[in-house]
Ligand binder design. Sequence first.
Ligand code: NCD
Length: 459
Amino acid sequence: MQELRHVTSINDLTIDEIETIFSVASEYLRELRDPNLPHRVGRSINTGSGAILATLFYEPSTRTRLSFESAMIRLGGKSISSADPATSSAAKGESLADTVRVASNYADMLVIRHPRDGAAKLAACYASVPVVNAGDGAHEHPTQTLCDLFTLLQEGKNLKHLNVAISGDLKGSRTIHSFVYALARFGANIMLMPAKGMELPEHVHWRLKNELNCFAVPRARYEKDNASVDVLYMTADKPHQLSLISDNAGKPRKNIDAMYVTRFQKERWAGKPEEYPTIDQRFLKDKKFSRTSIMHPLPRVGELDIALDTDRRAAYFRQAAFGVPIRMAVISLLLGFAREPGLKKYPGGFRPERHDIFDQSEAEGLTCINPNCIVHDAMEGRYARNRFELTAPHRLRCFYCESDIAEFIVGNRKTRHFSTDVSIPRDYVRNGRDIVLFADADAALAAGYSPVKRRRRAL
Ligand code: NCD
């Protein structure tokens, strides 16, 4: 039997699969625009699938939920929705895990939005039909990234080696996390313009650098460029390309292909940054923005001047419209009724490396350090395992929310010893039952463990 495919991260998809999604989406787009097609019903394409999509939304949404539902209906399927946690069994205290186990019987595919990071991955562990992440906390929003890249293609841009500027709340915007991973994989140069304190999370930087060959360039080299904004350049492993987006080396500036604007994610943070980047005509008057596509996942709340709406560079309403053909492609490929082979044909997805997994059923010792991770939800966390990917000898990635832990110590349940200078043994998989991880020596001592006598002795 083929492995069930879920899309909880943009990295669940290979470049090949992303390109397949785009070619299927372009075909749908062409058909949606062609009034003479015989199998059109109104503005829908009847594939005769009769499939059912369930949208389970625990957080507000307009575009994502409606475009998923519209996409399924335009494919000739049906859509059922639980859009308000206050009126579903969530209000009675039902867990996400139980809800998706039940909803898997009512629909052929589940689309989930949730305020907790890692919620989609947890749901995927319990669902028996494909799960698509429609935004989980500040973690990821992979289908938004598919819309974003597809928009750039439709605007006539080549996805290889794009120059993209991104502004706003880069810490809390899940759209940005999926977007930068994809951009890096297509070899982009990225200009990061975060609001103060809203920089990309450290673990996203680590992954860009260590798994996707996308490096931050020392700021000082480019300080002459756009002095009014605090910019960090990231580049795909060919630093010479930076001359393309900066003129400080005396070379002509290259066009910025896209200016991607995000709102402050007020639902995730207390307070508001004192200053927040606003993009308007004045900002975009520089020559390097003359052919830029202005993008925003929407909703906008003041950070993107409405005076730009009539600017020919404004791409954000087209970007939202592409949500339908893109989601039609995702649905039909996942369910295997697209004319192209379904995503089920590529069960592995994009994984730069297959990491070892540290996995325990009970959460003794160290747990995910991200306070918004689903594992820390009093109810949902009971359905999660204490599970990490070992991304480097001494680095753990939460299986659910994908945030990292770089510091921890290793203890042995049998000997009740711990060591501060060993990594998780490679033969962990065999002896895993005995390993326990702690945040630090104090946590191990508090749990009744004592330090191992000699350095590097077996625990
Ligand atoms: C985004 C989201 O929900 O993450 N919206 C969307 O899906 N188009 C962006 C946002 O809410 O800021």
